[in-house]
Design a protein around this ligand. Structure first.
Ligand SMILES: Cc1ncc(COP(=O)(O)O)c(C=O)c1O
Length: 406
């Protein structure tokens, strides 16, 4: 057995050693107050703020540290901080690093709530957000960068439109002006090693595949340098960010089966994506492993696989009403946000997409599919029936108003 294999690491890390006496799993430790042996010990704890030690509940418990060790390992980093949600794993490091007068670059394809945070809270604190085309060229990117750039965000692929970004190029350009690179790497868990491609701060929504059962919310932020750890750790603790140990314990349990679920869901999704690509109702499949996906060449170069989340663009004669009629008719696909759980989901996405840089016009209604652990053929049969409903709603005139955001 090679302990460096992803599968083995998921089993061995974040739990007591195999040859120890005791239960297989780490303890679920809940707590706020930690008792010190004497006053002298109490006086030294402030200096240990950066350590992952049981000092006070906020600083984490044995359960948090086990999950942090495991996620750091998966991401290829050295230190990890668990926070309450995936969104908090984005907003907390942004607040920790950015100051009034700074600029943050954010891909136009970014997860909606990240955009909202930038446009509201960051703006109020005097931080300017500049959105950029996720497929921007090196030359274009260089020409846009101001001296105030402090953080370059990447989210690859975009979680609704699936553009795969050229992360090494973007990181190189950002580092030339001394900016830090933050990546939302939730889609690329296991298949993209952020720190080998120039990322400084890697973000995971553990709500998705690590939790894996649609029953918790949790986020993780991983770094590789002690300098970044100091920025991050102080920022997160100063914000009072905390995650429930019960949720961390569930995430640890989910992580043990992460590899098999990713294999199965990824395989099933690719088979379904290929099948959909052959259907006349589908104009384009946005699956990073298929050439029809924008940035596919970067996926080929930098990723070792895919997961169960992808999108499709319908032929122009199918409007929003037709797509919703199709989705309502599906029996095995729930209608819901989030992804990475064991169950399949379908979500019409055109109306949720906001763009300011003109990128992302795919010329048809869009649907995002999260492929779960149901039998692949059952899912195809369900989609086949759904496409028949879609066809019965085809129109010659497309209602453009439906593409406007609410
Ligand atoms: C790409 C991406 N990042 C972050 C998040 C936020 O995660 P959470 O729901 O845990 O806050 C989501 C949620 O859908 C997401 O899709």
């Amino acid at each position: 057995m090679n302990e460096n294999d992803f599968e083995s690491r998921l089993i061995l890390r974040g739990r007591p050693p195999t040859k120890s006496h005791g239960f297989v799993n780490p303890k679920l430790v809940r707590g706020s107050t930690v008792l010190y042996e004497n006053c002298a010990q109490r006086q030294t704890i402030g200096a240990r703020r950066l350590e992952q030690e049981e000092i006070y509940g906020l600083y984490g418990t044995e359960t948090h540290f086990a999950l942090e060790a495991l996620v750091a390992e998966i991401e290829g980093g050295t230190r990890c901080q668990i926070v309450s949600t995936g969104l908090a794993a984005i907003t907390a490091p942004l607040l920790a690093y950015l100051r009034t007068g700074d600029t943050v670059f954010v891909p136009d394809s970014v997860y909606g709530p990240t955009r909202r945070f930038c446009d509201t809270i960051l703006r109020r604190y005097g931080v300017q957000t500049r959105y950029y085309d996720p497929l921007i060229s090196e030359h274009q990117l260089r020409s846009l960068i101001p001296s105030s750039l402090r953080v370059m965000m990447v989210e690859s692929p975009g979680s609704h439109t699936f553009e795969v970004q050229d992360v090494p190029m973007i990181s190189k350009v950002a580092h030339e002006v001394g900016a830090k690179v933050f990546m939302d790497n939730t889609w690329g868990i296991r298949t993209f090693q952020p720190f080998r491609h120039g990322v400084d701060v890697s973000i995971q929504s553990l709500t998705k595949y690590v939790g894996g059962h649609s029953d918790i919310l949790l986020g993780a932020i991983t770094v590789t340098s002690e300098e970044d750890w100091a920025w991050l750790r102080h920022g997160v603790l100063d914000l009072g960010q905390y995650a429930s140990p019960d949720d961390c314990w569930l995430a640890l349990r989910g992580a043990r089966t992460l590899a098999v679920r990713l294999d199965r869901q990824g395989e099933s999704a690719l088979k379904i994506a290929r099948w959909l690509a052959d259907q006349p109702e589908i104009q384009r499949v946005l699956h990073p492993a298929l050439p029809s996906c924008p940035g596919h060449e970067f996926w080929m170069r930098d990723y070792s696989g895919s997961c169960g989340l992808f999108g499709v663009v319908f032929a122009p004669q199918y409007d929003y009403q037709a797509v919703t009629a199709m989705v309502d008719a599906l029996r095995l696909f729930g209608i819901g946000a989030s992804w990475g759980g064991y169950e399949s989901l379908a979500l019409p996405t055109s109306f949720t997409i906001t763009r300011t840089e003109g990128s992302g016009n795919f010329g048809g209604e869009m649907l995002r599919l999260q492929i779960g652990l149901e039998h692949t053929e059952d899912l195809i049969t369900d989609l086949k029936a759904g496409l028949a409903v879609l066809r019965s709603h085809s129109s010659t005139v497309r209602d453009e108003s439906i593409l406007t955001n609410p």
